[in-house]
Ligand binder design. Sequence first.
Ligand SMILES: O=P(O)(O)OC[C@H]1O[C@](O)(COP(=O)(O)O)[C@@H](O)[C@@H]1O
Ligand SMILES: [Mg+2]
Ligand SMILES: [Mg+2]
Length: 319
Amino acid sequence: MTTKVALEQHVAAGSPELREVFGGVAAAAREIAKQIRLAGLSDALGAYGAVNVQGEQQQKLDVFANDVMIKWLGQAASVAACVSEEDEAPVVFANAGAKYIVIFDPLDGSSNIDVNVNVGTIFSVQELQGGDLDASILQQGTKQVAAGYVVYGPSTVMVMTTGTGVAAFTLDDNGEFIRSNDAMQMPEQGPYYSTNEANAASWPEAYREYLAMLLRGDLNGKTYSSRYIGSLVADFHRTLLKGGVFLYPPTDKAPKGKLRLLYEANPLAMLAEQANGAAVNGPERIMELQPEQIHQRTALIVGSKREVEALQKAVLEAR
Ligand SMILES: O=P(O)(O)OC[C@H]1O[C@](O)(COP(=O)(O)O)[C@@H](O)[C@@H]1O
Ligand SMILES: [Mg+2]
Ligand SMILES: [Mg+2]
């Protein structure tokens, strides 16, 4: 019989301080998972009635997940501050000597909540540099010390990295995250592309040509199927396990892209690279982008190396 490895045990082997961060995220995820599971019975579905800093309608579960993340991370002694999609400014804790900043999307895929489709929590961990909070938050993705997400699906699963590979943990009946995969690797290529094709008419030409090239089977003769859930976490999770490419290109409506650099693109880029995949904004590697604002948006193309490299080449050649 194989030995059970709990999340906290797995992380503690690397760093006791990071263990507190993951303990905080795990505690929050347990509460969020329960609330989502019973949402239809507890008046937790639907709009909250306010608009967040992105100008988007907040759902009740967006607000709940945000409050729960802040509550648990505030109790983690090594967390100095949090940055959330739902809050305009960082939330600073009075944890003396704390060295980590946790940057998160508390509930990703909000538009899917009411229809019982997978949603998630995405997080990135940066280290406080010399007490300068703003500069520490705006560090490049290459400086992340850890990253991960929780997908609330048929199982609740946390996928995480501390910079030495990617592991997955499944929430069991006792409320523990138990390791279910200790070395996740993205296939080199295919078989899915994942994108909101309804936007294709307003993508830059190079992206339309790239998609046409995949559909013709011109990338190593591979044929593709289409999959798009509209929850980034769920679309990424499938891409990580099965291979292929997720694309959210620039559009006329969102010329800089729709997804958020610090708490959507960077953590998923770190996970992708740690699992042998890649992530770009078109021409550049996501993790080398220099963030300027905490809620900054970016285009995101993430997935298997072969597809992402081919896209980057096509975009660079079109310039
Ligand atoms: O409906 P669209 O434009 O395809 O957008 C889907 C994308 O928007 C998002 O829902 C944005 O996330 P939030 O729910 O956290 O705002 C992503 O999860 C997803 O990839
Ligand atoms: Mg999101
Ligand atoms: Mg969100």
